[in-house]
Design a protein. Structure first.
Length: 338
């Protein structure tokens, strides 16, 4: 298999489960055949997680990310981020550590864009704590798009072995959804999704299914008109462009097993419509991947889980799945030259 550069893993919210999951993932590196990764963080955050959880693994401070592969066999590699020395309390998210969280993401993107890292894998952030510190982006997805440069349109996709979903609108109030859902938005996001499924997931003829916004996909315009005015014209245009698209489908009946067999990805007008089925079908196997970026980014599908942070009981499955997906994507891009 081709060799890839190391994966850059961000620390996420230090008071959440991110630090202990990094320890656990390294601990299970051999069983899961994980590609070498390093964590971008002040090392004391991982030392504290070791003390608190009892996950007793060796750490090694790198002077350069290129040392990751050699170090990875015997210790978890750590690349330093400037410390604010703010105290960290497991189970409490704090704006005082926002600079660490943001620097870790920014540095991971720099390393990946320069080719020193093959992918960014992000640990969960506590959005409210970052907002309190002045962070202006709804989440990673939008922040990464800004770091990627003007004109980047990021597409959030969550995937597990049973389902792939894309929310067409992301972190906005439900009342805003009908205002932001346009034919142009649907068209653009469907094209980005189809291209990414071809390039990174080996699905050469992707089948897209679009969920309606209203109950029963509007019941022919009697329960809402957005299907008629926005969604059906967008789907017609996408078919004219050569894409395999069905919809708008009633959202309540498109996620059972036989229905899921009809498509490769479901695109849904709003966040919860897309994320509830995927997280319900397989929470611990889910990965959040951002399509449309000029670099690879994946993430576990769960959040900071403050209620269990520091106890050593958080499951690393989703982080491991995210690390594996990032590595698979990087290998595929090398082998196909894509
Ligand atoms: N990629 C990200 O950065 C990301 C993703 C989702 C949520 N979040 C943020 O996380 C914060 C908390 O969100 P939430 O409470 O809705 O969701 P959550 O995923 O943090 O927690 C939901 C439930 O699942 C459990 N859980 C989560 N991960 C687990 C794991 N690895 N092992 C065992 N149990 C686990 C938690 O204990 C909790 O009971 C919010 O600020 C949210 O915005 C961030
Ligand atoms: N919407 C995602 C979820 O609920 O899993 C999550 O908040 C992550 O968003 P970012 O990757 O943009 O931070």
């Amino acid at each position: 298999m081709s060799k890839i550069a190391p994966i850059a893993l961000t620390i996420g919210e230090p008071g959440g489960i991110g630090p202990e999951l990094a320890l656990r993932a390294w601990q299970r590196r051999t069983d899961n055949a994980l590609s070498p990764f390093c964590v971008l963080t002040p090392i004391r955050i991982l030392k504290q997680a070791i003390d608190q959880t009892g996950i007793d693994i060796p750490l090694v401070r790198l002077s350069d990310i290129s040392e990751t592969a050699t170090a990875f066999t015997s210790a978890l590699p750590v690349l330093d981020i400037e410390d604010t020395n703010a105290s960290i309390i497991p189970g409490t998210a704090s704006p005082a550590t926002a600079n660490i969280v943001i620097d870790s993401i920014t540095r991971a993107v720099e390393l990946t864009r320069s080719g020193a890292a093959s992918a960014v894998v992000t640990s969960p952030i506590q959005k409210s704590a970052l907002y309190a510190a002045g962070f202006k982006h709804p989440g990673h997805t939008e922040f990464l798009a800004e770091l990627a440069g003007a004109g980047t349109i990021p597409v959030m996709m969550l995937a597990n072995a049973k389902l792939r979903v894309v929310p067409l609108t992301i972190h906005i109030a439900l009342a805003e959804v009908p205002k932001q859902l346009t034919s142009a938005l649907i068209g653009t996001l469907c094209h980005i999704t189809a291209k990414a499924l071809q390039r990174d997931f080996g699905i050469m003829h992707p089948r897209l299914a679009i969920a309606g916004l209203n109950p029963h996909a509007g019941e022919d315009g009697t329960m809402g008109i957005e299907e008629q005015t926005i969604m059906i014209p967008a789907i017609k245009k996408l078919r004219d462009d050569g894409l395999d698209v069905i919809g708008p489908l009633p959202a309540d009946t498109m996620f059972h097993e036989e229905a899921r067999a009809q498509y490769d990805v479901a695109l849904c007008p709003y966040h919860d419509q897309a994320l509830i089925p995927v997280k319900t079908l397989d929470f611990h196997g889910g990965v959040n991947v951002t399509l449309g970026l000029p670099f690879i980014r994946t993430s576990p599908d769960h959040g900071t889980a403050l209620n269990i942070a520091g106890k050593g009981i958080a499951r690393p499955d989703s982080l491991i799945a995210a690390l594996k997906m990032a590595s698979d994507m990087a290998h595929k891009r090398i082998s196909t030259g894509a």
